[in-house]
Design a protein around this ligand. Structure first.
Ligand code: PBG
Length: 336
């Protein structure tokens, strides 16, 4: 046996001659908050609401605890409660009573979304109302547009998206938010809004929307899963970022006021590049699957929900998002 080598004793000096001690700025909460670079604010949050038929309906979505299908009267209450929490903005999704091949209930002026826009306008005057514009919740096949066999037709779908967006503007939406990923839809919607006298209705385009498995719980909430195939022929390949910048550039050229990246956390690099390159109002959608993951881990006691929620939303803002669409909007606002 060879003897253990003797470890030399460290010298007793403990003062290092350091010019920089970054820890000085982390010493107390007062100092940390003084030098904080990203300040999350309830003003930046948008709460998604799923509006259905009926009265007094408040049906929880199984894969999204704390998220509900709401009838119009309940959607109004939820918007008012969100406002009281400091969240001024909601984005509406519709669960129509009937679906058909072309998704025609999407532009029905008495459908849940159009009715909810009018009711919110009337009863919660301070609220900002965004509406999702896509046909997948309205078509019998669950695809985002008109089909020829299994192919989603671009230009005829854009015509229907325009009708849908116009019906939202007529009902009083502040912003329409096309999430369909058809080519040219932002320009077509902008022209139609202007021609119809809605020059002040804004467009928040889902500009870089990826074909993501994180939308799963949303499709439970909205009943919008495709009956066959997937959305790869129009939503983006998760591997691409140059293409995201081209999509954003096109939507801005076509008249988008706000551009969105979706999902958020797996695409923080995309958010950062979009903000850096274009410097325009940039939104990010913290989607249903991102929310469900945190909820499930929290329910198991595996994560501290408040902390992971605020850390997640802060990271999205730090990446460059000015606006965050999130199911956590109310919970986060109450803590801010
Ligand atoms: C409609 C739409 C979807 C989402 C927003 N708008 C679903 C999809 O593209 O399948 C997803 C939102 C979420 O997962 O929270 N096309």
């Amino acid at each position: 046996m060879t003897p253990e080598p003797v470890v030399p004793q460290a010298p007793p000096t403990t003062r290092l001659a350091l010019t920089h001690r970054p820890r000085r700025l982390r010493r107390t909460e007062a100092i940390r908050s003084l030098v904080r670079e990203t300040r999350l604010s309830a003003d930046a949050l948008v709460l998604p609401l799923f509006v259905c038929e009926g009265r007094g309906v408040r049906r929880e979505v199984a894969s999204m605890p704390g998220v509900f299908n709401l009838s119009v009267d309940e959607a109004v209450k939820e918007t008012a409660a969100a406002n009281a929490d400091g969240v001024r903005s909601v984005i509406l999704f519709g669960l129509p009573a009937s679906k058909d091949e072309s998704g025609s209930s999407a532009w029905d002026s008495d459908a849940p979304v159009q009715s909810a826009i009018r009711a919110i306008r009337r009863e919660v005057p301070g609220a900002l109302v965004f509406t999702d514009v896509c046909l997948c919740e309205y078509t019998s096949h669950g695809h985002c547009g008109l089909l020829d066999g299994e192919t989603i037709l671009n230009d005829p779908t854009v015509n229907n998206l325009v009708r849908m967006a116009l019906s939202h503007a007529v009902a009083g939406a502040d912003f329409v938010a096309p999430s369909d990923m058809m080519d040219g839809r932002v320009g077509a919607i902008r022209r139609a809004l202007d021609d119809a006298g809605f020059a002040d209705t804004g467009i928040m385009s889902y500009a870089a929307k990826y074909c993501s498995a994180f939308y799963g719980p949303f499709r439970d909430a909205a009943g919008s899963a495709p009956s066959f195939g997937d959305r790869r022929s129009h939503q983006m390949d998760p591997a691409n970022v140059d293409e995201a910048l081209r999509e954003v550039e096109l939507d801005l050229a076509e008249g988008a006021d706000i551009v969105m990246v979706k999902p958020a956390v797996p695409y923080l690099d995309v958010i950062a590049k979009v903000k850096e390159r274009f410097g325009r109002p940039t939104a990010a959608y913290h989607v249903s699957g991102e929310y469900a993951m945190l909820k499930a881990a929290a329910a198991n006691g595996w994560l501290d929900e408040r902390r992971v929620m605020l850390e997640t939303l802060t990271s999205i803002a730090r990446a460059g998002a000015d606006i965050i669409v999130t199911y956590y909007a109310r919970e986060a606002a109450r803590l801010l």
